[in-house]
Design a protein around this ligand. Structure first.
Ligand SMILES: [Zn+2]
Length: 398
């Protein structure tokens, strides 16, 4: 019933439905919330707001609770979205790990499945590999697609370096079309960094700021700004340019044709290349005992060496953190966000985050009027999947 009403609200183009969506979105983002606060945020007349709230209650899209402080008279009513029996699925496919997450409409994680990294698969192979995994996640939780509002999925980490003829955008659209054929609910394929930015913002920072920057350092360095509740750039495009800012004009050639891009200095591949290069030059590292002589050095082996406090790998990681910090500091000078959140695989490794933060702070001491705060991502490993769910909700109300 709830899912049916949500989908009806989503597809309706009537002007009343648009107002209902505005209110529903505000309740989803701010709930539990009082009528007065809601009326103010929605910039509606109290009578109009009350009438629309009644309708949302009648449709069972929202719930009410008599909570909060009583000031002598009637206790204030708090509104919240109804999450009963409707779910979201968020999926992050990546070269390092992949995660399928089942969530409620408030993006609370209910269950998850972790998948080992896959070699490159075509869109149709990926679809065939994924469908049974989704089925088993649903089955495990005694539910089915009939209770799923939508599914969001990020695939860029799996395909980005394997594209010979197609663009990442085309690959996204092809995968989306295939999944939509097979899956009987709304499907969106998008960029992990946008998903992660949206989830971090909605779950932890929405109340604190209107100027928010999220960046992540993985196989590529990416950035996404949310200013005044809106994405600063077009999120329907797969391409992310953040990693192509020039940091070192004398640096090495980037795949984009330019020299010394951020990606060539602190991405996972850059770290791997740097470590490999130094070992070939005969530098000592515990890595040589972790891998066979001719075997390629993997990210996992490097992470393992870092955990064993290998000086060479730690040095390379620290240098990457320094360049990443410089790039973020440059972006802060331009965008002046209140909050920057750093995500990605490298953030929890050794002192990576603290070096990033220190580098930014050193640069910004010269600009004391800029008071940007820097935080690590809250749940570095599942935030992309949660954001994929948040993107489904965005589609519902926009
Ligand atoms: Zn580049």
């Amino acid at each position: 019933m709830l899912l049916k009403n949500l989908k009806e609200l989503q597809s309706s183009k009537q002007s009343k439905a648009l107002k209902l969506k505005i209110l529903y979105k505000l309740i989803a983002e701010n709930g539990p919330i009082k009528t007065e606060t809601l009326t103010e945020l929605a910039q509606m007349k109290p009578a109009t707001c009350a009438r629309l709230l009644d309708e949302l209650c009648h449709l069972e899209l929202i719930t009410t609770a008599e909570l909060g402080e009583s000031t002598g008279g009637r206790k204030p009513i708090l509104y919240n979205i109804n999450t009963e029996g409707v779910f979201l699925i968020g999926i992050e496919l990546s070269k390092v790990y992949s995660t399928l997450v089942l969530m409620d409409l408030k993006l609370n994680m209910l269950d998850k499945i972790k998948l080992a990294p896959e070699p490159y698969l075509s869109a149709s192979e990926m679809t065939q590999r994924l469908l049974p995994q989704i089925d088993s996640l649903l089955l495990k939780n005694n539910t089915s697609y009939h209770q799923v509002l939508g599914l969001g999925i990020s695939i860029e980490h799996v395909v980005e370096h394997r594209l010979a003829f197609k663009s990442l955008d085309e690959e996204f659209r092809e995968f989306e079309t295939l999944l939509r054929k097979e899956i009987p609910t709304y499907v969106t394929v998008g960029s992990g960094v946008n998903f992660a930015a949206l989830a971090e913002y909605r779950l932890y920072y929405r109340q604190k700021t209107q100027r928010f920057l999220f960046t992540s350092c993985d196989t590529e360095v990416r950035g996404c700004a949310i200013i005044g509740n809106q994405f600063l750039t077009d999120t329907s495009r797969a391409i992310n340019c953040f990693g192509h800012m020039t940091i070192d004009v004398k640096g090495s050639l980037c795949e984009c044709g330019s020299y010394g891009c951020l990606n060539t200095l602190c991405s996972l591949d850059a770290i791997k290349d740097n470590v490999t290069h130094q070992i070939r030059r005969g530098k000592d590292s515990v890595l040589t005992s972790l891998i066979d002589k001719d075997e390629e050095i993997t990210y996992h082996a490097i992470f393992q060496a870092i955990e064993m406090c290998d000086p060479l790998c730690i040095d390379v990681l620290e240098e990457a953190a320094y360049f990443y910090g410089l790039a973020i500091a440059n972006s802060i000078l331009m965008l002046q966000p209140d909050i920057v959140v750093c995500g990605g695989t490298l953030i929890p490794k050794h002192n990576f985050f603290s070096t990033v933060k220190k580098t930014i702070e050193n640069k910004l001491t010269l600009f004391p009027e800029i008071k940007t705060q820097i935080y690590p991502a809250n749940h570095a490993y599942e935030i992309v999947s949660q954001g994929a769910g948040a993107m489904v909700l965005e589609h519902l109300v926009n």
